[in-house]
Design a protein around this ligand. Structure first.
Ligand code: NAD
Length: 290
């Protein structure tokens, strides 16, 4: 296929490289001059989109996605697919899909989970929203860039799944970290805490696969001085998107709100920016109740 790829950052660059490595023709554009192996750099958004069977975007936020969409949709050929893999607000995802469909294109929102390692190794999980026809057309590409793709429903369903998942992740990470900090003060050994919780009803991905306590459980960013991994500011972005979505549909999400507020304080006032999101553990451990 001929693929246009816009947004060649930490995630986009390796995803585009994997498509090129698999034999697709990939034209890439980023506002920063980025060189990606196997990808032909073009001068602007329209050049990446013109004649593309599938245009993929991997951008920082919904406003930038809307700007890029306004430039590419008019030059794309009828029947081509506009696939956005960024994490953005559900409203932007739906608005861009609507414009694409009105212009005779197929549209799909397919945000990812799996981080930079998943992008490099082609092991991302995609959660997709859009028509069956759009999903069928991009599925071979999702198979190259990822190990699993779930078709979640119509436009916006991929973003909805992503922010619900990450709201659970933020909440369980905070719960796991505050429980470790309480266990410390109760004199309970962290390894014993892990041994019990990881095989009891308090288990979760945050405890079992990504344990925030250094030296305990499988290797995780905690073992590397909380270098990300998944940075706290990216968790904050996703929690804010969850609360924006909850506001829009009048959903009651008090734990999601509390998690967002804690990550906001951590990132903006407590030096959490640039640290892994599991660095909530040393934050709690250093603090007192009052
Ligand atoms: P990044 O900041 O490294 O990359 C974004 C790229 O977009 C940058 O290279 C930037 O120059 C480019 N860009 C910005 N405006 C542009 C424009 N108008 N036209 C063309 N290029 C433009 O971010 P990232 O880590 O690659 O994340 C991309 C998306 O994936 C985000 O929505 C993020 O939330 C999501 N995501 C990231 C991770 C992760 O672990 N990094 C995991 C899952 C999802």
């Amino acid at each position: 296929m001929k693929i246009g790829f816009i947004g060649l950052g930490n995630m986009g660059a390796p995803m585009a490289a994997n498509l090129a490595k698999a034999g697709h023709e990939v034209l890439g554009f980023d506002v920063l001059a980025v060189k990606v192996e196997g990808v032909t750099a073009v001068a602007n958004e329209a050049n990446a989109a013109t004649g593309a069977d599938v245009l993929i975007t991997m951008l920082p936020n919904g406003d930038i996605l809307r700007d890029v969409a306004a430039k590419v949709i008019p030059v794309m050929s009828a029947g081509a697919v506009f696939m956005d893999c960024s994490t953005v607000d559900v409203d932007s995802a739906r608005a861009v899909a609507k414009q694409s469909i009105e212009a005779g294109l197929l549209a799909i929102d397919a945000p990812v989970s799996g981080g930079i390692g998943g992008a490099i190794n082609g092991t991302l999980t995609f959660m997709a929203g859009g028509s069956n026809a759009a999903f069928a057309k991009v599925q071979p590409l999702l198979d190259i860039m990822g190990q699993k793709a779930v078709h979640c429903g119509d436009s916006g369903a991929g973003q909805a799944a992503k922010i619900c998942n990450n709201m659970i992740l933020g909440i369980t990470m905070i719960g796991t970290c505050e429980a470790f900090a309480l266990a410390d003060k109760l004199g309970l050994d962290r390894q014993k805490m892990f041994d019990v919780v990881s095989t009891s009803s308090g288990y979760s991905w945050s405890m079992n696969a990504y344990c925030p306590a250094p030296g305990v459980g499988p290797q995780s960013p905690a073992d590397n001085d909380y270098q990300p991994g998944f940075a706290a500011e990216l968790m904050l972005k996703d929690l804010r998107l969850s609360q924006q979505a909850a506001e829009g549909v009048n959903a009651d999400t008090p734990m999601g709100f509390a998690a967002m507020a804690l990550y906001e304080t951590f990132v903006e006032q407590e030096g959490g920016k640039g640290r892994d999101f599991s660095a909530m553990l040393p934050r709690f451990a250093e603090r007192s109740r009052r």
